[in-house]
Design a protein around this ligand. Structure first.
Ligand SMILES: C[S@@+](CC[C@H](N)C(=O)[O-])C[C@H]1O[C@@H](n2cnc3c(N)ncnc32)[C@H](O)[C@@H]1O
Length: 219
């Protein structure tokens, strides 16, 4: 129950100008007037039942969508082409894959551990008529074999990027990895770009995009 309240608190935190790191970590409470909104016991019970129904386990990071101009920059840095296969690990509403499919006509695969996000993704894919190109499934990204991808997109957390390294280093040589805002300790990025973007709450800030090409240079 405690954790289920973190996302709205985190969203409020970002709206108030807190750092993305603090907002995205699902285990870090953001100071708010939470006690004022403390749900009643029945609400807690209902929420618990909802959580159980919709999620096998807690996401490692809360949902926070990448602004569209940052999505465009990620795909540009990765030099996505029609024959590429793009994987978005923790795909949210699948906006990165939908954009890649519409702009470049390439295939995309996304996984999210939260079934609400998977449902939103499938709706987004349908609305944009890219069902033939984009596939989204519920799944834990730490169990995936990434060998069929040649572009991987990430908007997670630095420590989650590091946790993914054993999977990412098995990508085919020449595969590109792009990460919104977060680096990957131990892997030197080939390029880092900073740009301004407004998040979905209308708050403008600086965003970074990191690019690595497999095999990456160690740092
Ligand atoms: C910050 S959001 C990024 C969404 C999307 N990639 C984007 O850039 O707009 C991170 C997403 O990762 C998902 N997630 C967290 N832990 C996960 C895990 N272990 N396996 C799959 N998805 C996960 C969350 O549910 C959330 O939708």
């Amino acid at each position: 129950m405690y954790r289920s309240r973190i996302l709205p608190l985190a969203l409020l935190g970002l709206a108030l100008g807190m750092s993305p790191l603090q907002d995205l970590r699902s285990d870090q409470p953001v100071p708010t007037q939470a006690s004022k909104d403390e749900p009643k016991a029945q609400d807690k019970k209902d929420q618990k039942a909802d959580d159980k129904e919709t999620q096998d386990r807690e996401p490692d990071v809360v949902y926070w969508p990448t602004p569209q101009n940052v999505v465009d920059k990620m795909l540009e840095l990765a030099e996505v082409k029609k024959n590429d296969v793009v994987y978005d690990l923790g795909c949210g509403d699948a906006r990165i894959l939908v954009t890649a499919a519409k702009k470049f006509g390439c295939k995309g695969f996304g996984w999210d551990i939260n079934p609400v996000r998977v449902k939103e993704s499938l709706e987004n894919v349908k609305t944009n008529k890219v069902e033939d190109l984009v596939t989204v499934k519920k799944g834990d990204i730490f169990t995936l074999d990434l060998k069929d991808a040649n572009v991987v997109t990430l908007y997670l957390l630095p420590e989650l990027n590091v946790r993914l390294m054993p999977q990412l280093e098995k990508l085919k040589p020449g595969s590109r990895i792009v990460s919104h805002d977060f680096d990957m300790k131990g892997a030197k990025p080939k390029q880092t770009v900073t740009l301004k973007a407004k998040n979905h709450m209308g708050v403008e800030g600086e965003h970074k995009v990191y690019l690595w090409v497999v095999p990456w240079e160690k740092e």
